[in-house]
Design a protein around this ligand. Structure first.
Ligand SMILES: *Cc1c(COP(=O)(O)O)cnc(C)c1O
Length: 366
């Protein structure tokens, strides 16, 4: 059972949709599929414009850095993905300031406000909605609102790769919202998507950057239901299939289900003595801090057929992360907490008594 917070398991109906013969991308047939998919994506993102790019999520991050920073960036680094925005700035010789936090502590509104009040060069802020390195939720909407109240011309770029499709994100003050295929959208890796505000489009029009990741050329083409370069046709067909399914379920129902599953999981894990790592956990994943992380993950994989993620860098061997993104069933999620409790018994950490499963079932089903 694959329960890593990306890549997530690809549902059978998506795999089937993608097994059709390859379409040529410059055809009315493909353009119709593109149009349907683009409209569903705009609805999911809740933004007026969007692009679908043939790249992993990092490509969309890079495109936003180069096209939306015209003077200086502020990057929020509370984990590997936040750190990546700074590295992208460095690679492109773009001036930037970085605000750093430990991976379990969200950025505060005040810290961001302080920086922008004292540095008038900053014209773009880059932040994760959910920083997947530690599974924390940044208060992106509150930060975006405070920034816009001070200077509405500063662009807010939110990396929602593990948040879009997980929860409703208030995009009122967000200029670019990034997502990717292999997380909550349950597709194979290879697509990234960005939603734009009208202000972001106007800013890109003023000073587009790059060639493949030139967002102005993409926006112009995608408005006409085609792409600047060869479209990732198969993955876009998959994206159309999953978005149709999610719309049928209802986006709000999906968010409510994910939230309930995440909470029941956290409560179950706390009940067996485990410690939730982030102070503000996102619903995309449950992150547990434990020195026994590697031992637990090894038993889970070898004995209980459960694959969950560990940590990176200084959190290697110190955390494990369980995915909640996508159409995870309650029986999969309950198996996960049950197997973790049993693995802890196998490792003589805590005697098994079925508490985790009981708390999960009560929390999820009432
Ligand atoms: C997975 C992820 C990315 C993108 O990584 P890619 O490997 O380039 O797809 C970016 N940000 C966050 C928060 C992520 O979880």
């Amino acid at each position: 059972m694959l329960l890593t917070p990306g890549p997530t398991a690809v549902p059978e109906f998506v795999r089937t949709a993608m097994s059709e013969e390859t379409l040529h991308h410059r055809t009315p047939e493909f353009e119709a599929i593109f149009e349907k998919t683009r409209n569903l994506l705009l609805e999911l993102l809740d933004m007026p414009e969007s692009v679908i790019l043939a790249s992993s999520g990092t490509g969309a991050m890079e495109a936003c850095v180069t096209n939306l920073t015209h003077k200086k960036a502020l990057t929020i680094n509370a984990g590997k993905f936040g750190q990546r925005f700074g590295k992208i700035c460095e690679a492109h010789h773009i001036a930037y300031t970085e605000l750093t936090h430990e991976w379990n502590i969200p950025m505060s509104v005040d810290e961001v406000v302080d920086i922008i009040k004292n540095d008038s060069d900053i014209d773009a802020i880059f932040i994760q909605v959910c920083e997947s390195a530690g599974g924390l939720r940044h208060p992106v909407e509150a930060i975006a609102k405070a920034v816009k109240d001070i200077n509405p011309s500063i662009s807010i770029i939110a990396d929602g790769i593990t948040a879009v499709g997980v929860e409703k994100i208030d995009t009122t003050n967000i200029d670019a919202l990034i997502t990717g295929s292999q997380k909550a959208l349950m597709l194979p890796p290879g697509l990234s998507m960005i939603g734009f505000s009208d202000e972001a489009v106007a800013k890109i029009e003023k000073k587009p950057a790059g060639y493949y990741f030139n967002l102005l050329s993409e926006i112009k083409k995608q408005k006409q239901n085609t792409t600047a370069y060869t479209a990732a046709t198969t993955l876009i067909i998959g994206l159309g299939a999953i978005l149709e399914k999610l719309k049928t379920i209802g986006f709000d129902n999906l968010y409510a289900d994910t939230a309930k599953r995440a909470k029941a999981t956290r409560d179950a894990l706390i009940a067996i003595g485990l410690e939730i790592y982030p102070t503000t956990p996102a619903n995309a994943m449950s992150t547990i801090y434990t020195e026994d992380s590697n031992a637990i993950r090894k038993v889970l994989k070898e004995k209980y057929d459960l694959n969950i993620a560990g940590g990176q860098d200084h959190l290697k061997g110190k955390i494990f992360r369980i995915n909640h993104m996508g159409l995870v069933t309650p029986y999969e999620a309950s198996w996960a907490v049950n197997a973790i409790e049993k693995a802890m018994d196998d490792l003589n950490i805590r005697t098994f008594d079925g508490t985790a499963n009981k708390i999960f079932m009560k929390g999820f089903f009432g």
